[in-house]
Design a protein around this ligand. Sequence first.
Ligand code: NDP
Ligand SMILES: O=C(O)C1=NCCCC1
Length: 312
Amino acid sequence: MSFVKLISDDFVKNCLEWKTLVPVIEKSLVDISIKNKSTIQPARLFMDIPDKQGLFLAMPSYSENDHALACKLVTSFPQNKSIGIPSVLANILLFDPITGKIKAIVEANRITAWRTAAASAVATKCMHKGSKDILAILGAGTQAESHALALKEMFDFKEVRIWNRTRERAKILASKLPFECTLFESNEECVKDADVICTATYAKEPILQDTWVKEGAHINAIGAGQNHHSELSEALYRKSYLVVDHMESAEKELAGLTQMGIDIKGEIGNYLNSSKTVPEDVTCTIFHNLGIAIEDLVTANFIYNKFTKGQK
Ligand SMILES: NC(=O)C1=CN([C@@H]2O[C@H](COP(=O)(O)OP(=O)(O)OC[C@H]3O[C@@H](n4cnc5c(N)ncnc54)[C@H](OP(=O)(O)O)[C@@H]3O)[C@@H](O)[C@H]2O)C=CC1
Ligand SMILES: O=C(O)C1=NCCCC1
C-alpha cells in the first residue's frame, strides 16, 4: 500500500537556498513563455471571499521536461496576522504525470515566499542594467522578508531600506534580517534615489507615486489583494515599461490596467531568452510578479526529489 507523502515546511526550509533556486525559477519562466504543449499552465482560479477580504486560488500546471504535474491551493487572508497566522497559506499537491495519482502534499508557505522573491530577482537582473546600490522595500511581511533576502544575496546592495505602514513590524523585520537595514517613516523618503523598489503589501491605494521614483529605477510589484494593481499609481504605470510573468494570467488579473490603456509589453521569459529586449531609453521598468503555478511546480518537484532521495 502506498501513502501520500507529506512534506513539511521545516523540510522545505532545509532544502532552499537562493543560488540553487534562482536558476530553477529562471528556467521555469522561460519554459512558460515558449508556447508549446510541454509546459501547461492555464490562468489560475481566483476566487474572492468578499466578507473576509480573502482569496482562494487554485494553480495547476504540468511540465513534461520536469516530469511533473502539480496544483497549488493557496489562500490569502490579510486579517490572519492579527491572530498570529500567516496571511498566505499554501499547499502543493504533486501527482504522477503518467497516472494522475497523487504522490505528495508539500507545505508551501515558504515555497511561495521564496519562489516569488526568486522571480523578482531574476526579473531585476534581466530588466535593470543600471547601478544596484539602494534597494527599497515597501512592506514588512513575509514577502518583504524574502525579497530583502533574495535581492541582497543576488546583488549585494549597499543600502537596504524598509518602509512599512506599521513601523513596529518594520523594526521586527529589520531585527530578523542578517544585514543592516535603514527604516523610514515615509514611503516617499524610502524610495528616493532607490535603484530597485519592491512593493509587497495589501495596500488598496497607491503607496508608490511616479514623481517619487528616480529615472531608470526598476520596480517589482508583488502585492496581490483583491485588486492586483493597486500599489502603484496609474501615472507610474503610464511612464514605465511593464512586463509580467504570464500574459494569460495578466489578461485576467490585470484587466483593470489594460482597460485603462496601459500596455503590457511581454512575459519575462521572452526577455530572459532574448526574444525581446527592454529598450534602453525607458524611464522606469516594472515587473508585475503575479506569481505563477509553474514556479511552484518546479520548486515542489525539486523538494520532492530531495525528500525521496533521503528516504532511500
Ligand atoms: N505575487 C505573488 O506571487 C505573491 C503575492 N503575494 C502578495 O504579497 C502581499 C504581501 O503578502 P505577505 O507578505 O505574505 O503578507 P503579510 O501579511 O506577511 O504582510 C502584509 C504587508 O502588507 C502591509 N499592509 C497591509 N495592508 C496594507 C495597507 N492597506 N496599506 C499599506 N500596507 C499594508 C502590512 O503592513 P502592516 O504590518 O502595517 O499590517 C504588511 O507589511 C499580499 O498582497 C499578497 O497577496 C503573496 C504571495 C505571493
Ligand atoms: O502566487 C501565489 O501564490 C499568490 N499570488 C497572489 C495571492 C497570494 C498567493
